[in-house]
Design a protein around this ligand. Structure first.
Ligand code: CMC
Length: 435
């Protein structure tokens, strides 16, 4: 619940003596928010906010962003501290439960996740239905949504125990589904999860190992994957999370809601940007071509964007991008990669963009996706899997936000309004009378 009203704002309808006093609500951090819930009843008008840039659709205790200062907090803890000192499974606990776990709580949580990592054997058959060249995000949407068909007698979302188990199932099974989508695409056998490995290490094991020979997960790569998962775990009410909440507000089951989130994440303006950044860098090819590319980005007649730049909320550095850039250097160093032309190209592109008035005046900075793809590529992950990895990480955030919403007594079905601009009322014309 937000704090009680700290003041009010009065809205007066021009040319009339009708006005309404709207309470100003406040959270722990962040600006005040005008509560417009009674606006329509009192003044007969509602608000217009395409893209919801000025609209809070819920209150939440999970994640906080200060876009002007470049701050990101999970449950109050700065992302820099969490990336340095925590790991993904602990952060999953934190996001879902609100507090850092003690050792016993963490162990129990980890066991809760690992006991659900396997997929029902019948789910193997789903994969065979996809073309080999299907994008793994398409496979993710389908198979995650299909999980509901395996737990159909256990979908009473009003039962806290059902919600708890559904959350474990999703967090545990999504890496297995992701790895199998990849294995199917490259024609290799599916690899079953290993519960003796950590979350990130097990994911890499399922992606990279084959039954024909032993496979040792590199601790360097496991650490890098864990860091990437941490940085993507949650990001307040972004497009995919809002999609999950909107779908969930109807009472839909959590598997369907998370599948909806995966679909929303896929777009290049959102999670698909990491894949698009690598494509863009490939097309630019050489630093000499950057000025021509930047000119295209600035040309209002072209629809070319500098992918991995800009954000709806951050009008400063995305703190995740800073950590991602440092991680990129660390991972390349640890892997002994002295020269990575893509990283050089990305840094030069960033340097040029950050000194260009187009980007400065619009407060466009690198976001989380600008450097993540370079790390993933160095780790041997194919480009088509980048957004899938984002989805694996964000599942924890989606599940936490979905749970919070269901447990919020003020929750109502999400139902925006519109300004209708179609034809006014008119009479039907029989076909033989139409011109
Ligand atoms: N390249 C060039 N111009 C841009 C860019 C960009 N990447 N981003 C914004 N602009 C321009 C935009 O054209 C507009 O210019 P003008 O004022 O002249 O019309 C101005 O900056 C304001 O942008 P906006 O479109 O109002 O911003 P938005 O909040 O609607 O969009 C965004 C945010 C992330 C969709 C957009 O910045 C974008 O498309 N970026 C590239 C894709 C990307 O990297 N997405 C990942 C976002 S972070 C991770 C995630 O959420 O998944």
């Amino acid at each position: 619940m937000s704090n009680p009203a700290t003041g009010s704002v009065t809205l007066t309808l021009d040319g009339s003596n009708r006005s309404v006093s709207l309470p100003l609500l406040g959270g722990t951090l962040g600006p005040q928010v005008a509560d417009i819930r009674k606006l329509y009843n009192e003044l007969g008008i509602f608000t217009f906010d395409p893209g919801y840039g000025g609209t809070a659709a819920c209150d939440s205790k999970i994640t906080y962003i200060d876009g002007d200062e470049g701050v990101l907090l999970y449950r109050g803890y700065p992302i820099e501290q969490l990336a340095e000192q925590s790991d993904f499974i602990e952060i999953a606990y934190l996001l879902m439960n609100g507090e850092l776990p003690n050792a016993a709580e963490l162990k129990a949580f980890e066991t809760g996740v690992t006991r659900h990592t396997m997929l029902h054997e019948q789910i193997r058959n789903f994969f065979q239905g996809f073309r080999r060249d299907a994008h793994p995000m398409a496979v993710m949407c389908g198979v995650v949504g299909a999980l509901a068909a395996f737990y159909h007698d256990n979908l009473d979302i009003h039962d806290p125990e059902v919600r708890r188990i559904a959350a474990f199932r999703l967090i545990a099974k999504v890496p297995t589904i992701a790895a199998w989508a990849y294995k199917y695409a490259i024609g290799q056998p599916f690899v079953y999860p290993r519960n003796d490995l950590g979350y990130a290490a097990n994911f890499l094991y399922m992606l990279n190992s084959v039954p024909a020979e032993p496979y040792e997960v590199s601790p360097i790569l496991a650490r890098a994957m864990d860091r990437i998962l941490v940085l993507h775990a949650d990001h307040e009410q972004n497009a995919s999370t809002s999609t999950v909440r909107l779908a969930g507000s109807t009472g839909a089951n959590p598997f369907a809601c998370i599948a909806a989130g995966i679909a929303a994440l896929w777009g290049p303006a959102h999670g698909g940007a990491n894949e698009a950044v690598l494509k863009m860098l490939g097309e630019i090819g050489h630093a000499d071509n950057i000025p021509a590319f930047i000119a295209k980005v600035k040309d209002k007649n072209s629809d070319v964007k500098l992918m991995g730049f800009g954000h709806r909320v951050y009008k400063n550095f995305d703190p995740r991008a800073k950590i991602m850039k440092e991680t990129c250097h660390e991972v390349l160093g640890e892997l002994g990669i002295k020269d990575e032309p893509l990283l050089d190209l990305a840094m030069e592109l960033e340097r040029i963009a950050l000194t260009d008035d187009y980007f400065i005046s619009r407060k466009l900075y690198p976001n989380v996706d600008f450097y993540s793809g370079i790390i993933l590529k160095a780790m041997g992950i194919p480009t088509s899997m980048f957004t899938v990895i984002f989805a694996v990480a964000r599942t924890v955030g989606w599940v936490s936000q979905w749970k919070e919403m269901i447990e919020d007594p003020s929750q109502r079905i999400g139902r925006p309004r519109q300004i209708y601009t179609g034809a006014a009322t008119r009479d039907f014309v029989p076909i033989d009378k139409r011109g």
